[in-house]
Structures are given as C-alpha cells and as structure tokens.
Write a protein that binds this ligand. Structure first.
Ligand code: ADP
Ligand code: MG
Length: 233
C-alpha cells in the first residue's frame, strides 16, 4: 500500500516534469526556427541578419539550460540503485563545476574526512548536487567561499553546501523547489531545485535550507547510509 503510494507519487512527479520540460524547450525552439525562416530571405539587411542570429543563439542557449538543469531526471528509468561513495562522487561533481567557480572567483573548500556510502541512482545524485552547487556559485557573482562537507552519524549522512552569496528572504525560501521559480530572469530556468527536491525525495532523503539575505545560504541534504561507515583506503 505504502509502496504503491510512493510509486504513483513518483510517476506523477515525472509526468509533471515531463510536461514542464517539453513546454520550456518547445518555446525557445519554436522561436529559433521562426527566426531561421526569416534569415532565409536573401535580401535581409545585414543589421537585421545580425539581430536575428543573436536571437536564435539566445533561444538555443535557453533550451540548452533547461536540458542541463533537467538532464538525468528526464530519463525514463526511475531508481536504478547502486552503491554511491559520497566522497568520491562529490569530488567528481566539484571538478565538473570548478571552471564555473573560477569564472566567479569562488573558492571551494571541502572536508570529506570520513568515507560513507548511500544507495541510489548515481546520475541523479550527480544532477542533484550539480544543480545545488551551481546555484551556490551563481549566488556569488563577485566571488566568495563555497564550503562543502559531510557529516556522518550511525544511520545517515548529511551533505552541507554553504555559500557566502546573496542569500534569500523568508518569502524566497518558501518558494524554493516550485517549478519555474527563478530570480535570474533569462539566465534561469526555475527547474533546477524542482529536480533536486524530486530526486532527494525519491532517494528517501530530506532537505533543509538556511539563508540570510546578504550573508549566504546553506543547503543540508540528508540520506540514509548503507551500513554507516566502511574503512577503505
Ligand atoms: P534557476 O537557478 O534557474 O533560477 P533553481 O530552481 O535552480 O532555478 O533556483 C531557483 C531560485 O532559488 C534561484 O533563482 C534563486 O533565486 C534561488 N536560489 C537557489 N539557490 C540559491 C543560493 N544558494 N543562494 C541564493 N539564492 C538561491
Ligand atoms: Mg539553478
């Protein structure tokens, strides 16, 4: 009974996201192909040609952003379960995002002293933390510190992602995870955290967020561990 309920909730979430993403991708693609059609006019003035090409580029970029935020959750297979080494996965994710951090003069500090394992879908785990860490970096356009550390207790691991960025008001905090909620205008999709919340829920995890306007934000994501801690080199 309980199991069935969870499954139908997951399916509902996937359907909702599927509808959201196809809408969010179709719009910019339709716009882009409209301007490509206009560009086929041989007599189009040079200035117009430049203008239209730049619109096409923007629209394609916007479709790409949606796919980036959504990427793995769009996959039809739900819940391929593997053992996830939290520390080594986080290290990989950080190396993917290091160039973005460098661009924003963000220094990344980590502390993963203890080795721990959770069970879940590796790709979704990656998607989840890419989205959270990307937001943290984007909240510090003029540089700052990003601290990522893990805390293990007997049966859970908590992954903490702390930034010294712009922070949020309580009203903003309350809207996190809502589809299309974004304060980034055309640079945002408002899908990143919706995907995060969906993945964490599907992996039996929880999310807590603390934030202070002008001071920074911390995300605390907790998952059950497999057999707490294993000693491995
Ligand atoms: P997007 O990044 O495309 O705007 P997200 O769903 O990833 O969409 O995030 C939604 C909104 O949550 C962001 O636009 C931002 O306002 C807020 N947010 C998320 N993470 C942070 C953070 N670390 N610091 C400040 N604001 C954040
Ligand atoms: Mg985002």
């Amino acid at each position: 009974m309980q199991q069935q309920l969870i499954k139908s909730e997951k399916l509902k979430a996937v359907e909702q996201m599927g509808a959201a993403i196809s809408h969010e991708i179709r719009n910019p693609l339709t716009a882009a192909s409209g301007f490509v059609q206009l560009l086929q006019d041989d007599y189009l003035p040079r200035q117009k040609r430049k203008e239209y090409l730049s619109i096409v580029k923007d629209e394609l970029l916007s479709a790409e952003k949606v796919i980036q935020d959504y990427l793995t959750f769009a996959k039809p297979d739900i819940g391929k379960l593997e053992e996830i080494n939290v520390k080594s996965e986080l290290r990989q994710i950080i190396s993917i995002l290091q160039p973005l951090a460098n661009q924003n003069s963000v220094e990344i500090l980590t502390d993963f002293s203890i080795i721990g394992y959770i069970r879940g879908d590796k790709q979704k785990f990656r998607q989840c933390f890419v989205n959270i860490i990307k937001n943290a970096i984007e909240s510090m356009p003029n540089g700052g510190h990003l601290t990522i550390f893990t805390k293990f207790s007997q049966s859970v691991v908590t992954i903490v992602i702390e930034d010294t960025g712009e922070g949020m008001t309580n009203e903003q905090l309350a809207q996190l995870g809502e589809p299309f909620y974004s304060t980034k205008g055309k640079n945002g999709t408002g899908l990143g955290l919706m995907v995060v919340y969906g993945i964490v829920r599907a992996m039996n995890g929880t999310i807590r967020v603390n934030s202070e306007l002008g001071a920074g934000t911390s995300f605390h994501i907790t998952f059950p561990t497999i057999s707490s801690i294993r000693k491995k080199s």
